[in-house]
Write a new protein. Sequence first.
Length: 428
Amino acid sequence: MKSCLLIECCDYHWEVFPAWANLLGELGCAVDIVCPDTPGHLETLAMMDVRRFPIERLWELPFDRYDLVLIGTLRHEGYYHDHGIGPLPGLNLIERIGRPSISVIHEPTLWVEQRPVMSFDGRHSRGEGIVNLFPDHSYNWVGRWVEECRWSQEGDRLVLSENGNRIELESTDGGVTFLGVRNKVLCRRPQPQVDLEGHTRSGRHAIVSFSRQGAEHLRARCPDAAWILPFESLEPPPPAAAGEYVFAGSIDYENKAMASLVRACSALAPHETLVVLGGGRSTQFDENPHVRRLKDDLAALGVGDKVRFTGYQPYDSFIEHVRSSRFLLPLVDDRIANGDYRTRMTATIPLSLGLGVPMIINEAIARHHDLDFMVTYPGEDLAVGLAAARGLSDGDYARLRERTLAAARHLKLHNIETLSGILRRITA
């Protein structure tokens, strides 16, 4: 029996804990988990038979007790919104631990197009912060959102463009420091460690993504990147009655096609309801500005009575409600979130496969993930998908559920084969 330490330093992604523990367990690995004590982490762990350590005690653990570590969310210093609770779960952390590792990259574009090529401590008119320059010539101030930002270097001059405003900074020390008007200063920071190929060269470390497209994208920086989609298979209950459609995810206008949900509510039949299950990671549900915006948008169209909000759900209640659903709505396409869902995995897909609940899904995303047997719709026209689901006979729906379960069985075989190969390689 091998032992694995699963380290999750971020305040989310707890939903994959049972899936990873089960998958590793089938391959003879016992799992201990290090994570923050947010409600979602603790609720998920309460459903599992594992040892848990608080993230604050990470460096107290005897790492040589473990055959490998699994980094649940690999990040670097250039992430736009770094809400991490513990130490930064980056390549430096893995090197310090000194054990063979598997690291999960959830957002491949942030390790290919938007990995930092230069990083600075900056001072500007509104305060101080870290600025990271990316190879696609975009950049970010960590913790400060700028809608449009581009950078270029012209000799000793660095030019930053923010929402059409041009900021010029000059260097007289070879790029160590750049000075601009009104006391703008950029001071070079140590280069963030983002070399995936160098990290994996020894064979002791592996990089995985949650989709085939994500792994293919990462191979520009790491030729050995693999993909695994961990999910927990539970026996589905009898199918729910027609008339209820479930969106089980965070209400987020930047990363989900919320406008399509609002428009589709006008096309719901009198007996139909759309349930927003959970809707966010915080128990302070109604304080979320995205929640208020969605409720306002529904009210403006006069369809507020068509949507039922559950509010924050403890994880066991969340899973049981998903299991009893008839259809799930991912609300993602290959345009939303700057096209990130071409390589990034929406959490609804593993929920659908693991629990045997079919989806009503954008046709491009379904095609990306070999799920075009699901109920699909073009673009953001969710109403077309609802109409197609409404037209299914009982026999059609039963066959759709069986195809969903068959896809899950096929994918589980892929997961086992891929993960067993990785374990053999990194622990040889």
